[in-house]
Design a protein around this ligand. Structure first.
Ligand code: NAD
Length: 529
């Protein structure tokens, strides 16, 4: 028993542009509970309009300007909609013998790059609109951080806490088979990863199901998903990558004196207070890196309760251990339980790391944080975003702030295709070279200053050099690649803010960067008008 539906949009490269076609869902998003996909469209549309204005204003001849405008908006009309959406319904025989119907979706937003890439979410809130929106965000996110994938997302409409491990394994494996049958998973076509409610365990079931069936005989089969455990081809640093990336995104902006003066704060992470909503993968690791660099965690919100300790701060490691043991943060002995809405409490940095549409026109004007770093996808509605800007709140947007996960997923995918771990070929060579270098410097100095007497001028490596002398491990390479990516992307965004005079509208700047890159791919692919 199975129900499958696929809605295909014609491949962008085959479409004849519909000049007059404008998307109605964006317009419908005028009130503040827009469909999530409409929300992403609205953010993208704002950036598109700015790009179109800038590109077309260069043309002196009015006729040329009109033609160019049609061409540019035509490409954006191709980029914006979701290419394919697959809906799946299948039966699950539960451990107690009951029969359930399970609903799931996979959306592939854009094929301007292959494969498409995006997480798999288990939550009761999952819907077609949600996966489409998250897939669209993935397209812009990948472009923002120069990861050469199109955007995709999957979701299954379940509360994973209500199912046994055996049931979750059955659901994941069956869903993988359904994706494979329809060409919605594969190392070169579409590559899922963990998201809310899923992690290494689910990716391990998914990779195994694919590799043992449809991927049989394909040497790259395990590259069909990322976020896998290490023995299955996973990569060191993937689990913490999104939170680490959130930290780099905050550090990039809070180190810039211009932004700090706009939001009336001092540069640097150290000494800043912060609050996190959602203490899962992204929330926990964001906390770890912020605290490691001297920030103080004063409040944590979870779906079953919130905790607060402004005086001493909350240790993320202790809270993680408590949550692992008790399956909740409620009752954590080193913080007080609170019923306050912590989104609205005074702090320097707020990290929403749970669901979408958490900050709306209802509460945006009560937000007291100076910086909001969007660990979650889509936590702020477009109208709330406007209010926050008016109130001088710096929002570091999702398509950049939480792009660390897909960046390291890209590294994992490359590792799987290369069939060798990072550092494996160079590790010993680098270590030997470093020792040869020290030895050579020592011998030269001894020859010059002590007639070549061995050991008379010992060369002692500095602590920093000593820690790197043994060569770069996979973890070192991944972490430095991630840091480089996040810092470089921050610079691109800051340049766009300046070029388009966007003030604190960092989100629009990030969309502009992403859209320009996607536009260039379409143009280079020879879209003709
Ligand atoms: P997760 O399932 O590991 O953690 C989510 C946490 O949020 C859970 O502890 C859950 O109990 C809590 N939560 C749910 N609803 C809440 C609410 N209303 N208030 C407070 N807490 C709530 O999920 P995750 O992987 O950390 O993902 C969180 C967000 O980050 C999602 O929006 C996801 O799309 C985004 N994201 C995740 C990744 C990744 O690599 N995992 C990458 C990019 C973006």
């Amino acid at each position: 028993m199975l129900r499958v539906g696929i809605r295909n949009k014609v491949s962008p490269s085959l479409l004849i542009p519909q000049w007059t076609c404008r998307l109605s869902s964006s317009d419908a998003a005028e009130h503040d509970d827009p469909p999530f996909f409409g929300m992403v469209e609205k953010f993208a549309k704002k950036a598109e309009d700015i790009i179109v204005e800038k590109m077309t204003s260069r043309d002196k001849e009015e006729r040329d300007s009109e033609r160019r405008q049609r061409k540019v908006t035509g490409v954006f009309d191709l980029i914006r909609p979701c290419n394919n959406v697959l809906q799946i319904a299948f039966p699950l025989r539960r451990d107690n013998g009951e029969l359930n119907t399970i609903f799931g979706w996979r959306a592939q937003h854009s094929h301007h790059r292959s494969p498409t890439k995006g997480g798999l979410r288990y939550s009761l809130d999952v819907s077609e609109d949600e996966v489409k929106a998250l897939a669209a965000l993935m397209t812009y996110k990948c472009a923002m951080v120069d990861v050469p994938f199109g955007g995709a997302k999957a979701g299954i409409q379940i509360d994973p806490l209500q199912y046994t491990e055996r049931e979750l394994e059955k659901i994941t494996r069956r869903f993988t088979m359904e994706l494979a049958k329809k060409g919605f998973i594969g190392p070169g076509t579409d590559v899922p990863a963990p998201d809310m409610g899923t992690g290494e365990r689910e990716m391990s079931w998914m990779a195994d199901s694919y590799a043992m069936t449809f991927g049989h005989g394909n040497i790259n089969a395990y590259a069909c998903c990322t976020g896998k455990p290490i023995p299955q081809g996973g990569i060191h640093g993937r689990t913490s990558a999104t939170g680490r990336g959130v930290f780099y995104s905050i550090r990039s902006f809070i180190s810039d004196a211009d932004y700090c003066s706009q939001i009336n704060t001092t540069p640097g992470v150290s000494g800043k207070t912060f609050i996190v909503q959602g203490f899962g993968n992204v929330g926990l690791h964001s906390c770890r890196y912020l605290c490691r660099h001297g920030a103080k965690l004063i409040g944590v919100m979870e779906k079953d309760g919130s905790i607060w300790n402004e005086e001493d701060g909350i240790d993320p490691k202790e809270l993680e251990d408590y949550k692992l043991e008790n399956k909740t943060i409620v009752g954590f002995p080193k913080a007080a339980a609170t019923t306050k809405n912590l989104l609205e409490e005074q702090c320097d940095i707020l990290v929403p790391a749970a669901g979408e549409k958490q900050i709306t026109t209802e509460n945006a004007h009560r937000i007291k944080a100076k910086i909001i770093a969007e660990g979650a996808n889509g936590p702020i509605t477009p109208m709330a975003d406007r209010i926050l800007q008016e109130n001088n709140v710096l929002v570091i947007p999702d398509l950049y702030a939480n792009a660390g996960g897909v960046t390291v997923s890209y590294f994992e995918w490359l590792k799987n295709l290369n069939h060798v771990s990072y550092g494996r070929l160079t590790f010993k060579y680098e270590k030997d070279s470093n020792y040869f270098l020290l030895d050579s410097v020592q011998k030269s100095l001894e020859a010059k200053f002590s007639s070549g007497q061995a050991g008379s001028i010992p060369i002692i490596p500095s602590p920093d050099f000593q820690s790197r002398i043994a060569g770069a491990s996979e973890k070192d390479i991944v972490n430095s690649g991630l840091e480089y990516t996040m810092e470089r992307s921050a610079k691109q965004i800051m340049r766009a803010v300046k070029e388009y005079d966007l003030g604190l509208d960092v989100r629009t700047a990030a969309y502009i960067c992403a859209l320009q890159k996607i536009y260039n791919v379409y143009i280079a692919a020879g879209i003709t008008f």
